[in-house]
Design a protein around this ligand. Sequence first.
Ligand code: FAD
Length: 372
Amino acid sequence: MTDDAPPPVDQHARVVVIGAGQAGLSVGYHLRRLGLTPGSDLVLLDRAPGTGGAWQFRWEALRLGAAHRVHDLPGMNAMGLRFDDADRSRPARDVVGEYYRRFEQHYDLRVRRPVSVSSVSRIDGTEELCVATTNADGGTARIAAEVVVNASGTWGTPFVPWYPGRDVFRGRQVDTTEYRSAKEFAGQDVVVVGGGTSAIGFLLELDGVGARTRWFTRRPMVWSESASLDLESAVAAVDEQDRAARAGETLPSIVSGTGVPVSRRIRAGLDRGVLRESPMFARLDETGVVTADGEHVHADAVIWATGFRADLRHLAPLHLRTAAGGIVVEDGRSVDEPRLFLAGYGPRASTIGANRAGRRIARQVMDVLIGP
Ligand code: FAD
């Protein structure tokens, strides 16, 4: 081997899927149906220790049905499993983790975990992509793949906007991924930032433990009186995601396009005055936040429920990021790297359309493998 020869690969696979959340499992299921063999042709990797994708990390109090509806994976109903019938008294993380575990076993998807993908790069002189991985013991491996499907979600990259004073505030600051339980804030003054379903959930939970909350959002809240996401606004929000993905922009949140459905629980919070937002504050200081009008709001803690960005750091060697911050993606496929597909990205984020998208991506992947 010459000095500049690339290190050898440890395995050749036809397809590597990065991430075994809803998006990765959906694509994996369809690829298996289309004839690939999990474990050899088809390799699914996930860096998390357990099943359930991001759901396994969500806070204990979150229940299914508290946010939007979680759609079933394709093939789940054939196993007799439906999220609509799931036990809503158990933490969502346990229910989703268990359903996904049974799904993986039933369809023998052989997800390797915990295996973290550190980079995806091109292999000079070949048509393959190289997926570099690290396992729990720190062992590394390189898998060459004809196609890579990235389904890495957003949980690994929470987004916290910068406001003046963020580093002088002496209280506690947590983002959505760090929030464990409202009990940690019992009796405290808590500022919650963000206009999505996570912020709403936190406010309602904090109210239940006697925390005094103030809520700040960048835009006034839009409440949707239908108790579930109404179809028209959902379609508009998905279209906007699609437009942003095609333009290579960072993706807007789904909720910003749809409004938040007023469930019975949210209605009660609105009636109690717990869900009354103020316009975003101007800055933080040592003991709280200062509004644009100069009001000082004391805070023991600030919870940033300010959303996520797509977790695409491992794709950096492919140099696909545009100046606008995203990757140009059309119909689930990278325009600049046709051997790369992105599942759960853009119009396929959340469970809206995720299953249909899984099938579409799997079909396109097979077209690449079979060739013209
Ligand atoms: P994830 O579930 O995040 O799965 C991605 C997987 O990729 C993870 O398992 C992760 O370990 C793995 N991964 C990431 N990077 C790497 C890497 N480098 N190497 C290897 N593995 C990697 N949606 C709904 O439809 N209904 C809801 O009720 C709902 N509630 C939500 C509540 C909260 C608080 C949040 C934050 C989101 C909610 N969503 C909801 C949106 C939700 O994120 C999606 O439904 C779903 O979890 C997304 O699936 P995914 O497969 O794209 O991503």
